[in-house]
Write a protein that binds this ligand. Structure first.
Ligand SMILES: *Cc1c(COP(=O)(O)O)cnc(C)c1O
Length: 380
């Protein structure tokens, strides 16, 4: 079976982790700090704070922005549920804005309209959280302009976009804050892990305290004067992250090449890929939208039968039980989100996927489409 993903762990990765495991210092050691410096350097930000996962980094950045219970935060409808869950975890309410049909990132016209409606109604959103879907950077130029016009902060959900750039600016560094995830399905992995990057020293200080029970020291005295949790990353995870980061250029090259091949061979009427630009995506996943005539479940089943694992893209967050019935007066229903979520499909992709394996995926997809009339993948 060609799997959907393969976490790539090199001998160097194993050696780095072993070294920390044998060192006697498993947490709060030098690896976390070194990993943070490297991440900040890569992102072109002054600060990076690593946490135990990307969702925790989102929560920390929302709190650092001053998002309070009862306030509102704008998110796209189409993302992994963590984006909206983080907003509700801090007691705020997500306001869902639909996505663009080409990029599958937040639709900037609807975003501007939503901000206008909210401000006119006296409900100023506390933040905009644009998502870079599958590592492809959202239209941040327009989003920055809108955010500046309405004086709203931006937190980039760059969970999948480590290493992607927009006009030379690294994903995560464009908003006031950005977050990354290092889950095994993301660009690099620490098992579980995440980071917040920012140029704002007080946001970084907040996140550092927050992940460590709200603890700070002033004049040598330990204090607890802010909210806290234990969201620390271990030192052996940070060592793994550092080792993986060293290979990032090759990782990105491999991911982008594979995605580029899929787009070149498969993009068409029946299978339509998201917009693709080499530097602008970290190619976290190879996601395409199937034509509405294709029965996705059958399509996935048929590929599985042939030894190719695929899965759905990401989800329509507005349909989650706890987000049903939210006030929809500021933005129209997320129809594009609903449609794309129902038709998206993710193909096998990892950085060292061979051209043979890519070719096998491609020929199987083409065959399934070819035989669609007989194998039941095309709906009548
Ligand atoms: C993976 C992901 C997250 C959450 O990251 P975790 O490390 O799994 O907590 C948040 N947002 C998006 C868009 C993601 O893909």
């Amino acid at each position: 079976m060609i799997p959907l993903v393969k976490p790539e762990i090199s001998d160097d990765d194993v050696a780095s982790v072993t070294e920390v495991l044998m060192s006697g210092q498993l947490v709060q050691g030098p690896q976390v700090e070194a990993f943070e410096q490297e991440l900040a350097h890569l992102s072109g930000t002054r600060h990076a704070v690593v946490l135990d996962n990307g969702t925790a980094a989102l929560v920390a950045s929302l709190l650092a922005t001053g998002v309070t219970p009862g306030s509102h935060v704008i998110v796209p409808g189409y993302s992994w549920i963590a984006t909206a869950n983080a907003v509700s975890l801090v007691g705020a309410t997500p306001v869902f804005v639909d996505i663009d049909t080409g990029t599958h990132a937040i639709d900037v016209e609807l975003l501007a309209e939503c901000c206008k409606n909210m401000v006119a109604g006296g409900e100023i959103p506390m933040a905009i959280v644009p998502v870079h879907p599958f590592g492809y950077v959202a239209d941040m130029i327009a989003i920055e302009e809108i955010a500046a016009r309405f004086e709203i902060g931006i937190i980039e959900d760059a969970a999948c976009a480590l290493g992607a750039t927009l006009e030379g600016r690294p994903a995560g560094s464009i908003g006031q804050m950005g977050i990354f995830s290092f889950h095994p399905r993301k660009v690099i992995t620490t098992g579980e892990g995440g980071a917040l990057v920012t140029n704002d020293p007080s946001a970084a200080a907040f996140a550092r305290a927050y992940r460590n029970h709200g603890q700070t020291t002033r004049d040598g005295v330990r204090r607890f004067d802010g909210p806290g949790d234990n969201r620390r990353m271990t030192d052996f995870q940070a060592a793994l992250g550092r080792s993986q980061l060293r290979r990032l250029p090759a990782t990105l090259e491999g991911r982008r090449s594979a995605l580029n091949r899929y787009v070149g061979a498969l993009d068409g009427d029946l299978v339509k890929f998201q917009e693709f630009e080499w530097e602008r995506t970290a190619a976290q996943s190879a996601v395409a939208t199937l034509d509405e005539r294709i029965d996705r479940d059958r399509f996935i089943g048929e590929l599985r039968r042939r030894g190719v694992e695929t899965s759905v893209g990401t989800i329509d967050m507005t349909t989650a039980e706890h987000f049903k019935g939210l006030d929809g007066r500021w933005s129209p229903p997320c129809d594009v989100t609903r449609d794309v979520a129902a038709r998206s499909i993710s193909l096998p992709l990892w950085s060292q996927i061979s051209s043979d394996t890519c070719g096998e995926v491609i020929s199987n997809v083409l065959q399934v489409l070819d035989e669609a009339e007989t194998n039941g993948c095309i709906r009548d």
